[in-house]
Design a protein around this ligand. Sequence first.
Ligand SMILES: *[C@@H]1O[C@H](CO)[C@@H](O)[C@H](O)[C@H]1NC(C)=O
Length: 190
Amino acid sequence: MRPGNTLLLLLLAFSSALLPLASPTSIPDFRPFYPRRPLPPIDPLIVPFCNKTDHPSVCINSARYFSHEFPSVDATNMFNIMARALKDRIRFTQRRALAMSNNQKFSASVRGSINECAALYGNALDDLSTAMVGFVTRDKGTFEAKLNSVIAALKACDKAFMGNPNPLLKEDERLTKMTSNSITIGNLSF
Ligand SMILES: *[C@@H]1O[C@H](CO)[C@@H](O)[C@H](O)[C@H]1NC(C)=O
């Protein structure tokens, strides 16, 4: 084998080690969310907060994974729990989108749309971080505007498919509900 080929193979091996989910041979992960984690018990303290949201079961089923990371469940920490869960799930969905964007079972046009969504999830993560800063600095305007930008990014993902079925639709709908819940819970402490 010529040295050039060896270098190319090394580069390929290196890049696929760095991007295991984005490699063309990887199979998209269609297992349920948090596949390896056992379902944690529901802290009863999260329930009255979640009951105030438009999507209580989505609220409970996202908060239950993270409430134990906080010393107490008050209105402030409840928002932190929601934001933590939302960030985690946007990241998860972005990784899934990157894997899907290499899956040949989708047309080139749909793969392009999936790629657009992956970028939009990146924007959503930035907006979420800014909203969290707004929450901490008691800047209600920034808090609300940036969480609404997250919802707008999720809508833009759906639009990117231009009428083709959106394979990320279920995830986007869930993320939208989680963001809406985060706005409701966050507003409890303003
Ligand atoms: C929350 O809502 C559920 C369903 O409506 C209800 O059964 C439960 O008693 C409520 N819990 C609290 C603490 O508000």
